[in-house]
Design a protein around this ligand. Structure first.
Ligand code: AMP
Ligand code: ZN
Length: 134
């Protein structure tokens, strides 16, 4: 039996290899080259439904421009990062989960469970979310 941590690490390197071969999935969604249920877009970001929702509302807010993760030097992108959060909040209000509550999550790298290496803000709500996350 392969330990869970080793499986996660293997999956992480597999995803990175696939991205090198096939290109970035979220860049392709942003360019409308791959299908997604897009709920909002502007010149800087795109919002679409997560394909494997972990809550009744599970959206992804992504920058249109490719940024792999928060590990990049984003000093010049502070306005863009703020915009992503502002849009996440607006989407939560539109989805009607602002009153009950929702969670915004950015996973960075293997041990946090990042599987798509294009920065994205998860917006999760519509059910009770436990803390701390697993
Ligand atoms: P993370 O694990 O934080 O990198 O999140 C990646 C998210 O992207 C996961 O929740 C996936 O379910 C989601 N995802 C992967 N492929 C697609 C797709 N084609 N359309 C929408 N969401 C996707
Ligand atoms: Zn990308």
């Amino acid at each position: 039996m392969i330990p869970f941590a080793v499986q996660k690490l293997f999956f992480y390197f597999w995803k990175k290899l696939m991205m090198k071969i096939r290109g970035c999935l979220f860049c392709q969604i942003a360019a409308h080259e791959k299908p997604a249920k897009i709920l909002y877009e502007d010149e800087a970001c795109v919002v679409f439904q997560d394909i494997h929702p972990r809550a009744p509302v599970h959206l992804l807010v992504i920058p249109r421009r490719h940024i792999a993760s928060l590990n990049e030097d984003l000093g010049k992108d502070e306005a863009l990062l703020g915009h992503l959060l502002a849009v996440a909040g607006r989407m939560a209000r539109e989805q009607g989960i602002d009153g009950t509550g929702y969670r915004t999550v950015i996973n960075t790298n293997a041990e946090a469970g990042q599987t798509v290496f294009h920065l994205h803000v998860h917006v999760l709500g519509g059910r009770i979310l436990r803390w701390p996350p697993g």
